[in-house]
Design a protein around this ligand. Sequence first.
Ligand code: CO8
Length: 374
Amino acid sequence: MQRAALTATGVYTAPYVISNEELVAAYNEYARNFNADNAARIVAGELAACPDSSVDFIEKASGITRRYVMDKAGVLDPQRMRPRFAARRNEELSLQAEMAVAAGGEALAAAGRTGAEVDAVICAASNMQRAYPAMAVEIQQALGVERGYAFDMNVACSSATFALDIAVNAVRCGTARTVLVVNPEICSAHLAWKDRDCHFIFGDVCTAIVVERLDAARSAHAWEVLGSKLATSFSNNIRNNAGFLSRCEDRDPDDRDQLFVQEGRRVFKEVCPMAAEHMTQHLASLGFTPLQVRRFWLHQANLAMNQLIGRRLLGREATADEAPVILDEFANTASAGSIIAFHRHNTDLASGDLGLLCSFGAGYSIGSLALRKC
Ligand code: CO8
């Protein structure tokens, strides 16, 4: 059995920023228009009025101050309230592939590798822009990966950690020497921007991670993977019903259940204890306690969620150095969040330091990797 390591990462940041102030101004204009257009039905009790959103609520409830998106004008147009993307011809690089090639190229360069040295590409994200051919195969070709295999997978917010588990096992078993995992998350395309309960939650980004044999690593910042642990438990509390059967069910793509829907409070209450218990058990199985972990790179959905998980793990508040936060800047970027935190906050640690990367989200799904700095 080979020893496997995460040797490098890359991040593609979406080109536009939307502040909470801009978001709330656009949403409130949409709400005013909706209420004026539907005044008679609202008075008759046939329709609920659209309540205003507020910057204060968003910052207090989530810790999010802004987000990066692939299109800003469409999202902030009160007549549209969703991104606008130009359709591309089949001969052009797809949007998700473009993001993945940028992040993947950065990660490969940081690992001291070229596409020609990669054996497998896994494209893991909450949404794929098409059913087939797999996004990963297009990315494989665009990055000059001439051998091996590529495939897509989706475990919602845990897509990246579940993909890392597969990549690590492939390297350990000798199926591959070098695997590239990419996570192009275009959350803005599946977010209900007209729903004030969730319109602030998501942003767009793409992350990439190189997984290699430890003995072949060239990077100065490699992390050996000591172990990984995956868990799932079915829940309807985070759900999106859009799929290939939608047109056969005569569904409108704007129907509320064809977009992201969640019971946010229930998710909060149920997922926090599950995630803390999962990480504690994972560490115990490797002979460690949470207090021995130098840094936690947690899923980035909600600041209060991460603070509560930190308290459950450590018995006290985790410092920003112990559990860095990036969701204030990026919002929730589904499976990419913990990887952005890792990308931004791993090179300062010392050889021998212990770290834990953990995602949690829809499914429910939880994935963790215990890492030791080489
Ligand atoms: N402005 C003003 N008031 C508001 C707003 C707003 N924007 N939104 C809600 N309110 C009001 C509510 O109506 C409510 O009013 P009332 O008390 O009168 O009923 C009050 O504020 C409190 O509302 P909530 O109870 O909803 O507020 P919370 O404190 O629970 O905060 C959160 C809401 C932030 C959503 C919080 O519950 C949370 O973060 N929960 C966890 C969310 C989470 O982690 N979800 C994970 C989902 S991500 C995932 O798994 C990936 C899925 C795939 C991605 C797909 C891409 C789109």
